[in-house]
Every structure is written in C-alpha cells, then in structure tokens.
Design a protein around this ligand. Sequence first.
Ligand code: DAO
Ligand code: DAO
Length: 203
Amino acid sequence: NGVYVHEKRTGVPFPSALGPSLKLCGVGLRKKSLIPFISFDVYAFGVYAADLDIKEYLSAKYRKFSASKLQGKKEFTDDLMESDIPMAIRLQIVHNELSIGFFRSIFEESVGSRLQKFGGSDYKELLQRFTSQFRDEHKIPNGSIIHLLREKGHFLRTLIDGQEVGSIQSKLLCKSILDIYVGEEAFDEPAKEDIEHNVATYL
Ligand code: DAO
Ligand code: DAO
C-alpha cells in the first residue's frame, strides 16, 4: 500500500508496512555527537513489527493493560526484545560524507556495548561477524536504505539497498540491535515511546 509516514526532522518517508505482515510502529533519528552539544544526523529509522505475532505472543500477558500503561513498562519491552516476533529496522542514511568505516566504528561502540551488557565478555567474535558484513566496497551515499530484519529463529538478515549482505543467527545479536531503538538507553527517546505505544495497540 502507498501510505507513508515522514520522519519530521529529515522528511524521510517510511512505508506504513513492509511486506504483508510488518507494520510501522514508529520513526526516529539517529544522531552522533562529536563533542558535547554538537551533533549531526546520521540516519532516519523506522521500526516495524508483525502485528499478528504481537497479538499471538504478548496478548495473554498484557491485554489487561491499556496502551498508555504499557508505555515505559520495562518488562513489556524486554519481552518484545526477547521474543521471536518478526521485526525490522529500516534506515535511510541522511549524510553524504560518511564512509563505511565510520559506520563500523560507531556500531562497534553501540552494538558492542550491548552485546557485552546482555552476553558478557565473550562478544568480540559476534561483533566482528556483524560489522564485517559492511565491507568497504559497499557504497552508502546519502539516501541509501538498509534493512535489518529479525526473522523467526532469531536470524538477523541485513540488506543494503535491497541486496542481502548477510544473515546471522543469534538471539543475543537480535536483542542487542533492538535495544538500540527500544531499550533503556535508546538513542531517540520520543521515538521509543511512540514505538511502545503503537506496539501496545496491536495487542
Ligand atoms: O546506530 O549505532 C547504531 C547502530 C546501528 C546498528 C546497525 C545499523 C547498520 C547501519 C548500516 C549503515 C551502513 C553501513
Ligand atoms: O512481511 O513477513 C514479512 C516479511 C517482509 C519482509 C519485507 C522485507 C522488505 C525488504 C525489502 C528490501 C527492498 C529494498
């Protein structure tokens, strides 16, 4: 269907559904700060989830709460991250001068710290497997679109401009990536609240 939601600071459009089952739950902006108070926009993102699976897996436990009560309920976001519900992050690069190497270095920090938080000290190999999917020969000009798909069985599949660059089966990796967008120290707090609210309406 042709309905789009625009991330308001960048104007980047996000389709309200990806495929037959993934519904848009919220959009946000990833910024990177270099020094305090100075930051630049890196990418706009949309978080998608399979609405029927949310109903099937989380309804029994959470149906009795209203959407506003569920918002900010840590147990609910934890269950969402731990679950095997298909989800996707769609990102669109909004910067022209960033190299793939720069991206690898920023998510060594963001993904790496979460792998360590949830999995312990033995995370380096998994981080390396994830970052090595983003090779120097991939071009990511302004407007490039990346999909991170969490598929059943805890597979994290990565597509750059529609081309698959890898698929990694790891519950820890899937959880760590989602934590960036809906976890306790999410990058874009209003986006996180929006996502939680919308996920709750699918119950
Ligand atoms: O924003 O720090 C972060 C983590 C993002 C997770 C991985 C996103 C992949 C983005 C690919 C950009 C192009 C190489
Ligand atoms: O609906 O169950 C589902 C899966 C849909 C996955 C949709 C992925 C779309 C990725 C398309 C990339 C093309 C740029």
